[in-house]
Design a protein around this ligand. Structure first.
Ligand code: NAD
Length: 272
């Protein structure tokens, strides 16, 4: 993994759903770059505090705080940004990461399961991006801190590209996210806002624990990964810290797949 080098000093980052999994790893990676970090959680305050404690212990220049908020609720997202700005002065990087799966075959999927996944995975990311853009434009550019006005890094999935039977609500939310991200880039790149997505493949977290925690599940997962390795949250953290920094300044409106080659459709290796 890349060594941190304080590429985000004097910048403030909100990472939603960062009390666990990929969000926690992203929060730690950005914290290791010297940024101020907001660890957002919906239900696990204790876990969020553990993430913040670890960042505070290791950070040379930033501070980590914990803030509650359900990203699917507009008033919560507004409050999350308001409290962040009150505490740190502004927001420079927003990583809408919170997400969930509620799986059913389509013909058995209750409307509630459809709505809940869209509300968190897509509407939640819209609400966060909207508040971030409002704050970036209010504050204006700070050339001493970054060449960009602000950075948004959506946590997407390989399922913005790969259809997923039995998970149509999840795949639709991530497919929608692709168009949200590209539309934001198209509209706000002239303002020097960068908006990109990271699309993880199979990463060991709670969201897919029922699969990787059994031998059979792991073997099935590996069949989908040409690199023959299940990812870990830190694989995403290191990409996020680079994507948030000026080292990736000319990257805008793009999805970076971090998937060990999953989107190369290994099922076709022997001509299908
Ligand atoms: P996770 O379950 O550990 O993390 C999801 C987090 O989102 C949890 O902390 C959860 O509490 C939080 N959350 C859920 N609903 C929320 C809400 N309404 N408001 C605020 N927070 C909420 O799983 P993860 O794998 O770390 O997932 C993080 C993101 O990565 C998700 O968007 C997921 O779709 C995406 N992703 C994960 C994988 C993978 O293989 N793990 C692959 C592709 C994409």
């Amino acid at each position: 993994m890349q060594k941190p080098n304080n590429r985000l000093e004097n910048q403030t980052c909100i990472i939603t759903g960062s009390s666990s999994g990929i969000g926690a790893a992203v929060a730690k990676a950005l914290g290791a770059e010297g940024a101020n970090i907001v660890v957002n959680y919906r239900s696990s305050k204790e876990a969020a505090e553990e993430v913040a404690d670890e960042i505070n212990k290791n950070s040379t220049s930033g501070e980590a705080i914990v803030l509650h908020g359900d990203v699917s609720k507009e008033e919560d997202v507004k409050e999350l940004f308001k409290k962040t700005i009150n505490h740190f002065g502004t927001v420079d990087v927003c990583v809408p990461n919170a997400g969930l799966q509620i799986d059913h075959p389509l013909h058995e999927m209750p409307l509630d399961a459809w709505k809940k996944v869209i509300d968190v995975n897509l509407t939640g990311q819209f609400l966060c991006a909207k508040e971030a853009i409002i704050e970036f434009m209010r504050r204006g550019i700070r050339k001493d801190v970054s060449n960009s006005l602000g950075k948004i890094i959506h946590m997407s999935s390989v399922h913005e590209e790969i259809p997923w039977a039995g998970h149509a609500n999840y795949a639709a939310s991530k497919g929608g996210l692709l168009m949200l991200m590209e539309s934001i880039c198209q509209a706000y790149a002239p303002h020097k806002i960068r908006c990109n997505s990271i699309a993880p493949g199979a990463i060991k977290t709670d969201i897919n624990k029922d699969v990787w925690s059994t031998k059979e599940g792991r073997e099935n997962m590996l069949k989908l990964i040409p690199y023959k390795q299940i990812g870990v949250p830190e694989d995403i953290g290191s990409v996020a810290s680079w994507l948030a920094s000026d080292e990736s300044e000319y990257i805008n409106g793009t999805t970076i797949f971090v998937d060990g080659g999953m989107t190369c459709y290994p099922g076709f290796t022997t001509n299908g």
